[in-house]
Design a protein around this ligand. Structure first.
Ligand SMILES: Cc1ncc(COP(=O)(O)O)c(C=O)c1O
Length: 411
């Protein structure tokens, strides 16, 4: 058996380079994380060789004895961890999982209602460029322009006017706690299903630092690779037996063929890791770190959307006249701080340019960074933004960042 570097030197080298990049950079992308070695071992296992269309003990192929066991394990662990009656772990990622959930609850052409992209919703929450805006009649709610918090007057008004089949809550770029019960009230007032997409905050919910929508929303979807720190995958959950059957049928055979059994195995491992006391501590530290980072950005006169954060992420708004998100993302990246440019409420620029950046602490917290490092990183970010045209200064800061990251190994 030849190793990767014997078979394909080029790809082996690219992996080594990516390993080095991940080690040397400070990763502040809120949707990314470092998986454990155990998760990656399961992901790289022989389960990738198997076909297993169907569900545990009801397959269309033979040879699924161990796949059945591993998928059952993932399902049982998901149910226990989130305190829910049903879980489907076959969704290939967050977007296909949302598609499956919508098609289980509604027909093509029905109205769905979600947060607009510029206000912090995900593409799959009704954006016209995604399946969600093409297959469904999508209505978008926004945030209040003053408080930059969800505008429930608008949510209720739009729901009354458009009578959506599904209301989607849970976001991509919203730094505050999501009030599930308020969404439930609106959904009930118009007879809509409530879908909570907890892709970003699943790990925080498990750690008890964000409330859970289980028991409030009809269906809960999540990715497994953000704060939950697993492989790229998804879980769809519900307590409603009828919906559970529809969800299973919509995932397979409705939308997918064979599940990725190696991913299922890695999800099972990640869920075991997420059920430990140390994961709870990790989730608590993510939020502590985010609050300190936010406070040091604010102290450096950077404006945070909604004034701060209660979660793992924050948005900096440079305003119409300030630098663009693209420009700042590039300056930070040159120094070894990785963030993503992001639209902000009242955005005036194009999505590829933007007036803001989005930052989050799940990855740096996995590396063991704490409040002291957040203070340093907050000050360094402000320094880079202030000196973004001074190559010499940026080089000096890049040196400081390299020094900092060598002290915090990645798993
Ligand atoms: C809230 C939310 N839902 C769904 C997704 C989609 O996940 P994926 O990129 O795995 O398709 C994302 C991804 O960022 C997200 O933030």
């Amino acid at each position: 058996m030849k190793s990767l570097k014997d078979v394909d030197k080029k790809v082996a080298e690219l992996i080594k380079k990516e390993e080095k990049r991940q080690r040397q950079d400070i990763n502040l992308i809120p949707s990314e994380n470092y998986t454990s070695r155990a998760v990656r071992e399961a992901l790289g296992s022989v389960f990738t060789n198997k076909y297993s269309e169907g569900y545990p003990f009801k397959r269309y192929y033979a040879g699924n004895k161990f796949v059945d066991e591993v998928e059952s394990l993932a399902i049982e662990r998901a149910k226990k961890l989130f305190g829910v009656g049903f879980a489907n772990v076959q969704g290939l990622s967050g977007s296909p999982a949302n598609m499956a959930a919508y098609l289980a609850l509604a027909e093509v052409g029905d109205t769905i209602m979600g947060m607009s992209l510029v206000s912090g919703g995900h593409l799959t929450h009704g954006s016209p460029v995604s399946f969600s805006g093409k297959l469904f009649n999508a209505v978008s709610y926004t945030v209040d322009p003053k408080t930059e918090l969800i505008d429930f007057n608008e949510v209720a008004k739009l729901a009354k006017k458009h009578r959506p089949k599904i209301i989607v809550c849970g976001f991509t770029a919203y730094p505050r706690i999501v009030p599930w019960k308020k969404f439930r009230e609106v959904a009930d007032s118009v007879g809509a299903y409530l879908l909570a997409d907890i892709a970003h905050i699943a790990g925080l919910i498990v750690a008890g630092v964000h409330t859970s929508p289980v028991g409030v929303a009809d269906v809960v979807t999540t990715t497994t690779h953000k704060t939950l720190r697993g492989p790229r995958g998804a879980i769809i959950m519900t307590n409603n037996e009828e919906l559970a059957q529809k969800i299973d049928k919509t995932v397979f055979p409705g939308l997918q063929g064979g599940p990725h059994d190696n991913t299922t195995a890695a999800i099972a491992v990640a869920l075991k890791e997420a059920s430990t006391a140390s994961f709870k501590k990790y989730g608590v530290q993510i939020v502590k770190n985010a609050k300190v980072l936010a406070s040091f950005l604010s102290k450096n006169n950077l404006r945070l959307v909604s004034g701060g954060t209660d979660t793992h992420l924050m948005l900096v708004d440079f305003g119409e006249k300030g630098p663009t998100g693209k420009e700042v993302q590039e300056a930070l990246n040159r120094c070894g701080i990785v963030v993503n440019k992001n639209t902000v409420p009242r955005e005036t620029r194009k999505p590829f340019v933007t007036s803001g950046i989005r930052l989050g602490t799940p990855a740096v917290t996995t590396r063991g960074m704490k409040e002291k490092e957040m203070e340093k990183i907050g000050n360094l970010i402000a320094d880079i933004i202030g000196n973004r045209a001074q190559e010499k200064k940026l080089k000096e800061i890049a040196g400081q960042i390299k020094l900092l990251t060598t002290r915090f190994p990645v798993p």
